[in-house]
Design a protein around this ligand. Structure first.
Ligand SMILES: *Cc1c(COP(=O)(O)O)cnc(C)c1O
Length: 393
C-alpha cells in the first residue's frame, strides 16, 4: 500500500474521478449507454481512452471502480467485468490462440476448469492441470507453447497455499506470464503483482461486493496487458453495468472492516472446531497444524483469510441433518458475504466430476466449507456445535 493505510485508501479511492462529479461527496450513477460526440475527432480521442463513446467500451462508473482496484492492487490498469467468470474467460481468450498451452493449478475454481475443458480446449488450446505443491511438476508442465501459468493463492475448498513467489520466479525464468485469481485472498492479504504476477483477477461478487447483491469481476495488470484484455472484453460484451459498478465502489469502502472481522471469525471457528471430537480435521492456513502455516505466514499479511473447511463423518444423510439444524449459518452457493455461509463441495461438483476424481483431490462427502461472515463469533461457534450434535454429543 502506498502512503495511506488500506482503510483510508478504501475511503478515498475513486470517489471524485469523473470530472463532472467535482464537489460531490460520492460519485453519481451514469446510466447513459452512449455519450455525445462533438466532432469526428472524438472517435480518435475515444480510441485513446480520453473520451467516452459507448457503455460497452468504456463508462465512468466502471472506470472509477477500475481505478480503485488498480490502486488497491498496485497495478497500472483494471478491466471491470459483469462477473468473475467474464474476467477469467477474457484473460484466457485474450492471451491464447489455437495451439497455445496453459499450465493450471488443478485445484482452481470449478467453473474455471469447466471453461477450460468445455470451451478453450475445443478451440485448440491445450491445458495441463498440475498439483502446485510440487514446483517440479509445474516446471515440467511448461512447454515452448506455454503462454501462462494460472493459479489461486488459497485453493478451494482445501485452503492449500500456493508459493506464489516461487511460481512467478519460475514463470519469469521460462518467459511465461503468471495469472492469479486472488478472490479468496483480497488485496488485504496479498497483492500478487507485488509478488511478480502479471495479472490479478477477482470475482467482485465475493469480498469486494460483500453483501450478496452484486455480480462482478476484475483483471488488473500492466497497461499493455489490460489493453489486450479490454479489447477481448469489448468484443465478448462482458462489461459490468453502471449500477453494479456504483454499488461495488460503495461496498469496497467497507471491505477492510468487513474482511478483518470475517477473518477474526474464521480463525475463531477454526480454533473451536479443531478441538471438537466430531471433527476429523480442519483446513485453515491460520492454524499451526496447517501443513503450510509457515508459508502462509510468509506470503500473507494481516491474516489468513475468511474461508475454512472441515471434515466430519462421510455420511451425506447426517451432513444434511447437520445443515438443517443450523440456525445462524446459511447453506449458500457463494462466499465472501457478511453472513456466514456453508457449502458442500462434493455435491456442488458432482455434475462435473466423479466421486473418485473428487476424493483424489481430497473432496469427501464429509467435507464442509465455511465462509465466515461478520456475526458474533460465539453465535457461530454455538450454532456449529449444536448442529454437529448429529455426529454425537
Ligand atoms: C466465485 C469465484 C469465481 C467466479 O466469479 P463469478 O463472479 O461467480 O463469476 C472465480 N474464482 C473464484 C475463486 C471464485 O470464488
Amino acid at each position: 500500500m502506498g502512503a495511506l493505510k488500506m482503510r483510508t485508501e478504501l475511503l478515498n479511492v475513486g470517489s471524485l474521478l469523473a470530472k463532472e462529479a467535482r464537489g460531490m461527496e460520492e460519485q453519481p450513477l451514469y446510466r447513459s449507454t452512449v455519450f455525445e460526440t462533438e466532432d469526428t475527432g472524438d472517435y480518435d480521442r475515444a480510441n485513446c481512452g480520453e473520451r467516452y463513446l459507448y457503455d460497452r467500451i468504456e463508462a465512468p462508473n466502471r472506470d472509477c471502480l477500475g481505478e480503485a482496484i488498480s490502486r488497491l492492487e498496485q497495478g497500472q490498469d483494471t478491466a471491470v467485468f459483469g462477473a468473475g467468470m467474464g474476467a477469467i474467460s477474457a484473460v484466457f481468450l485474450a492471451l491464447n490462440r489455437k495451439g497455445s498451452h496453459v499450465v493450471v493449478n488443478r485445484a482452481v475454481y470449478g467453473e474455471t476448469i469447466e471453461l477450460l475443458n468445455d470451451i478453450l480446449t475445443t478451440y485448440g488450446v491445450d491445458v495441463s492441470y498440475v498439483d502446485f505443491e510440487s514446483l517440479e511438476a509445474v516446471e515440467q508442465a511448461v512447454t515452448e507453447r506455454t503462454t501462462l501459468i494460472y493459479t489461486e493463492v488459497l485453493t478451494n475448498p482445501l485452503l492449500r497455499v500456493v508459493d506464489l513467489d516461487a511460481v512467478t520466479a519460475l514463470a519469469r525464468r521460462r518467459g511465461v506470464l503468471t495469472v492469479v485469481d486472488s478472490t479468496f485472498t483480497t488485496p488485504m492479504l496479498i497483492r500478487p503483482l507485488e509478488h511478480g504476477a502479471d495479472l490479478v483477477i477477482h470475482s467482485l461478487t465475493k469480498y469486494f461486493g460483500g453483501h450478496s447483491d452484486i455480480t462482478g469481476g476484475s483483471v488488473t495488470g500492466s497497461r499493455e496487458l489490460i489493453k489486450k484484455v479490454k479489447r477481448t472484453q469489448v468484443l465478448l460484451g462482458s462489461c459490468m453495468a453502471p449500477d453494479s459498478a456504483w454499488l461495488a465502489l460503495r461496498s469496497l469502502r467497507t471491505m477492510e472492516l468487513r474482511v478483518r472481522r470475517q477473518m477474526e471469525n474464521a480463525a475463531a471457528i477454526a480454533g473451536a472446531l479443531e478441538g471438537d471430537p466430531r471433527v476429523r480435521y480442519v483446513n485453515y492456513p491460520g492454524l499451526v497444524s496447517h501443513p503450510q502455516h509457515e508459508l502462509a505466514d510468509r506470503l500473507l499479511d494481516g491474516g489468513y483469510g475468511a474461508m475454512l473447511s472441515f471434515r466430519v463423518e462421510d455420511d451425506l444423510e447426517k451432513v444434511d441433518e447437520m445443515i438443517h439444524r443450523l440456525k445462524v449459518i446459511r447453506y449458500l452457493g457463494t462466499l465472501g458475504g457478511i453472513r456466514t455461509s456453508l457449502a458442500h463441495p462434493a455435491t456442488a461438483f458432482r455434475h462435473e466430476f466423479s466421486r473418485e476424481e473428487l476424493e483424489a483431490v481430497g473432496i469427501y462427502d464429509g467435507l464442509v466449507r465455511i465462509s465466515a461472515g461478520i456475526e458474533d463469533a460465539e453465535d457461530l461457534i454455538e450454532d456449529l456445535r449444536e448442529a454437529l450434535g448429529v455426529f454425537g454429543e
